[in-house]
Design a protein around this ligand. Structure first.
Ligand code: UDP
Ligand code: MG
Length: 313
């Protein structure tokens, strides 16, 4: 019988220090699964350090290593997509390069898929957020609460991108051609039976995180806009509410003037109201703008990434 293949897709941005350690740890685990062949696909996302050289050296000495290198930094989502497109395996796993995704879980995930043909995908979530700044954890939790209220796709709190999928799941994800990719939502959108494994959070092995608070905030907004139109409804509801309030106030003022005459007063409160209402208008315009800008980018049909070189050329 032909051996099946597992592809491991790794997005790498400035990971020269972690990669050798990652390679070491992951190959050891993969070699231990005798039933399979494997390939590791490193996607160099326009790193500014020696990441590409490290990857090429690994490719030279180990033919199971393949790589794709971008012309510049396109972001982790683009890198994961490129890796999924390049992967040839019957099973494909996504992993971070910093060993925050424990490689020991791969055999477990593979066993589950092999033994239970009902399950199409084994995903992981971390149950702790140890080693993370508390404020980041707080906003992460808030984000998951919000998006799960506002969107039909279910996002699991603490879910990692780390997962092992069957070929059919990978093909489903690749069939989604949107430009603004929010993978956690896409995984949930395509459906299939997913089994969750849990693990404790680990600190990255070397190098540093690429996510600042602001970039995470932007990412969260992207997720919301990509998977929910509830903010637009909220804007409309605020509008209706304010119309109602204004209507009631007009009646109150007319009645008051008819009864008590018309002394000019209330200038400061007027200014406050103007500020409040115009603030809310701008806020709602901003919400609309967010959707419009996404539509704009989507209609341009620009490529999601540009490849400079791969192991094949
Ligand atoms: N990454 C990437 N492109 C980027 C930023 C990050 O390919 O623009 C990769 C990075 O090399 C790592 C993974 O995405 O393998 C996760 O990044 P990081 O560890 O910084 O994120 P965190 O674990 O802190 O969420
Ligand atoms: Mg990390």
């Amino acid at each position: 019988m032909k051996k099946e293949t597992i592809s491991i897709v790794v997005a790498c941005y400035n990971e020269e220090e972690s990669l050798p350690l990652f390679y070491e740890a992951v190959t050891k685990v993969l070699e231990s699964i005798k039933k399979i062949n494997y390939e590791i696909i490193f996607v160099n996302d326009g790193s500014k350090d020696k990441t590409l050289k490290v990857i090429k050296d690994l490719h030279e000495k180990d033919k199971n290593i393949r790589y794709v290198s971008f012309s510049r930094n396109f972001g982790k989502e683009a890198a994961m997509l490129a890796g999924l497109e390049y992967a040839k395996g019957d099973y494909v796993a996504l992993m971070d390069a910093d060993l925050q995704d424990p490689p020991e879980l791969i055999p477990k995930m593979f066993d589950i898929l092999e033994c239970d043909s009902d399950i199409d995908c084994v995903a992981t979530r971390r149950v702790t957020r140890k080693g993370e700044p508390p404020i980041r954890s707080f906003f992460s939790r808030l984000f998951y609460k919000l998006i799960n209220k506002m969107s039909k796709v279910l996002l699991v709190d603490g879910a990692r991108d780390y997962r092992l999928m069957r070929r059919n799941v990978v093909n489903a994800i690749l069939s989604l051609e949107e430009y603004n990719r929010f993978s956690k939502g896409l995984f949930s959108f395509v459906g299939f039976n997913t089994k969750w494994l849990e693990f404790e959070n680990k600190e990255r092995i070397a190098g540093e995180t690429k996510w600042s608070f602001f970039s995470l905030f932007k990412y969260a907004i992207e997720g919301l806009v990509a998977f929910s139109t509830v903010p637009l409804t909220i804007a409309a509801i605020i509008g209706i509410l304010f119309c109602l309030i204004a209507f009631i106030m007009i009646i109150v003022i007319i009645v008051k003037t008819l009864i008590f005459g018309d002394p000019t007063s209330g200038w400061p409160s007027m200014i406050c109201i103007i500020f409040l209402v115009s603030g809310i208008q701008l806020f709602c315009l901003g919400i609309i703008g967010e959707y419009l800008s996404k539509t704009y980018l989507e209609t341009k049909k620009r490529p999601i990434y540009i490849i400079k070189e791969t192991d094949e050329n």
